[in-house]
Design a binder for this molecule. Sequence first.
Ligand code: BDR
Ligand code: CA
Length: 309
Amino acid sequence: MKPRKIILDCDPGHDDAIAIILAGKNPAIDLLGITVESGNQTLEKTGRNALNLVQYLGLDIPVCLGASEPLIKQAEVCPAIHGESGLDGFDFDPLQRTYDPRHAVIFMIETLMQSQDKLTIVTTGPMTNLALALKMEPSIKDHIEEVVLMGGSIAYGNVTPAAEFNIQFDPEAAHIVFSSGCTVKMFGLDVTRKVLVLPEVVQRMHKIQTKSSELFVKLMTFFNATQKQVFGFEGGPLHDPVTIAYLIDPKVCKLDFMHCDIDISGGSSYGRTNCDQFDYLKLPKNTYVATAIDVNRYWDIIESSLRFY
Ligand code: BDR
Ligand code: CA
């Protein structure tokens, strides 16, 4: 089978880093580039983290800087989970790699418009870059195979009772993407909070003894400590790589098609993904939402990905 061509839009971030590991060398994926925005930390920091990751992993792909702020809200970054650098817990060598000069939004538009094949856009951060690209060049929609995103939740949130971080960081951007008419596949907290990096997972990945497993273990040790402090979890939920794991092996998640809209009212549910799982509203269905995950299959995908580096 031809590898799936993707652009990964992210805000690294510990779990974004593992998503990059999964996407970088798997034969099922052709990673065309990484676009970055603010989210877990400021754009300056998430951008530097992305460069450090591609340098460490030896990935020869463009890294483009994008939006430094959400469309309307003020940026509220997340040092409590990801530390001051946005990727605390690992010491990288001095940085030699540099950014691609194109703005992330321009890179997305040009790459989509010039490609013979349709491309998949994977977002593991707020969706500011993709929303801007859709507004700047609406015809990119015809070149998008699907949007595969980590974000949202059918049930409860992780930054407010109602909202998940990536969507709550830029609800208006998410609204633009969800109502764009693109095929949207949402991997939210309902599934990502089932894949916890428990001590046995860290031990299993530690045994692999590759460059990327060393990175995994150090990053997850930091991530688990902050997840314990903030949420009381014994193992942090490994959110973002679920998107790439799904592209590598779609059997990892069960998806249900439903209507979903984003709360952009500015009230206490601002940024909530209203997923009409039981079709109460009889509105047109627009989103495939992950409702179950095969946890063992997921860790197998993570393990095999760590063996590529
Ligand atoms: C999401 O928020 C970020 O902190 C993580 O990187 C992930 O993308 C989980 O809510
Ligand atoms: Ca992220």
